[in-house]
Design a protein around this ligand. Structure first.
Ligand SMILES: *Cc1c(COP(=O)(O)O)cnc(C)c1O
Length: 361
């Protein structure tokens, strides 16, 4: 085949065909922000045919943000592109961030710092009461060490403030410059990474027969959901975005925090803040608490692994998938419009929970 004959008619690329004026405008506003390239983008949107055969309901698609490419992937990579872009613009040479002992955010930050040649300190709080020796040695913790991060373990979140102050003073005392990244990378800058994802989704949805009725995603520090909500609203995609709360259990509290973050993101981009009915948080699937998987979570992880070959995780994506499966089984989905699951990653966390899976088999 001659190269010319592969071009679509009129020489247009697929991106041009699906580029609406809203999307082009948002793209321009997003591109005005400093950014470093870390992720493999766009991530695919794939059908989960065999899962649908098993549970019924509408077509199910999965947005593979577990395949963002860095250090076993996950949603923090997109955020870090903008967070480290801002750190770079500020001439930082050292990053400090926070998380639970098995934080995926900490692992992805450590890897991103390794690529960028930045020093990285992780302040990790031992907040999850999970009785498996691997929880304190394997999974994300093992990887943090490989990426060369300096780890600080604390048993009480109250110790963080003083430790942070001390480290910043030490680093600045020897002439370094610190960028402090909030837990989960969730501020208005980090959330821009999910405005990028919303732009990708808008293009990918244009290739489907019907626009999805809903997009389901795990939420804790809410930057992921905020970016999606702002990005999809600004590009006139009417799918509902359902955040499955895996962290607080207090939907009203999460909704208020989401409002604040969405307003911040919208302001930064110069677009309208999303309407209140776009801020949807479902706190009914948390179970015993953050980092504690329950029966439906194990079932969801085993089901998706065994019929699709895709790895979810016990803390975030497994819980969100359990919520989506329960919703589909309840028969409350619109029949002809697909649903979309955003796979935010986290599979490295599986290796912190081996006992629970062994006991089930
Ligand atoms: C951090 C994380 C989330 C939650 O994203 P937020 O932006 O903090 O709400 C979901 N899934 C995985 C695997 C994560 O690591």
């Amino acid at each position: 085949m001659r190269p010319e004959s592969r071009k679509p008619r009129g020489g247009l690329r697929y991106r041009d065909l699906v580029a609406t004026p809203e999307r082009l405008a948002l793209r321009r506003r997003l591109d005005a922000h400093p950014r470093v390239r870390l992720a493999h983008l766009p991530t695919p949107l794939e059908p989960l045919r065999r899962l649908r055969e098993r549970i019924g309901g509408p077509p199910i698609y999965i947005k593979r943000d577990d395949c963002t490419g860095l250090a076993t992937g996950g949603n923090k990579v997109r955020k870090l592109e903008f967070l480290l872009g801002a750190a770079d613009a500020d001439d930082a040479d050292h990053v400090i961030t926070f998380g639970a002992l098995q934080s995926n955010h900490a692992r992805q930050t450590a890897a991103a710092c390794a690529i960028r040649g930045l020093a990285c300190d992780l302040i990790l709080v031992n907040r999850v009461a999970w009785d498996d020796p691997s929880y304190e040695t394997s999974g994300n913790l093992l990887l943090d060490r490989l990426f060369g991060a300096t780890l600080h373990r604390v048993d009480d979140a109250g110790e963080i403030g003083e430790l942070l102050q001390r480290r910043v003073a030490e680093i600045e005392g020897r002439g370094g410059r610190v960028a402090v990244i909030p837990p989960g990378g969730s501020n208005a800058i980090g959330a821009l990474g999910y405005v990028e994802c919303a732009l990708e989704l808008g293009e990918q949805f244009a290739a489907l027969d019907h626009a999805p009725s809903a997009v389901w995603v795990a939420c804790s520090t809410l930057g992921t959901q905020a970016g999606l909500v702002v990005g999809l609203a600004a590009t006139a995609v009417d799918s509902r975005i359902v955040g499955v709360d895996v962290y607080s259990g207090d939907a009203a509290h999460q909704q208020t925090a989401l409002r604040v973050l969405c307003d911040d993101v919208a302001k930064r981009l110069g677009v309208e803040a999303p309407r209140a009915d776009r801020l949807i948080v479902d706190s009914d699937h948390l179970g015993p608490g953050y980092g504690i998987p329950h029966e439906a979570v194990f079932e969801a992880i085993e089901l998706v692994a065994s019929c699709e070959g895709i790895l979810l995780d016990p803390v975030y994506s497994g819980k969100a998938m359990a919520a989506l499966i329960s919703h589909i089984r309840s028969g409350r989905c619109e029949a002809d419009r697909p649903v979309v699951f955003v796979h935010t990653g986290g599979s490295a966390g599986l290796f912190a929970y081996p006992q629970a899976f062994l006991e089930r088999s």
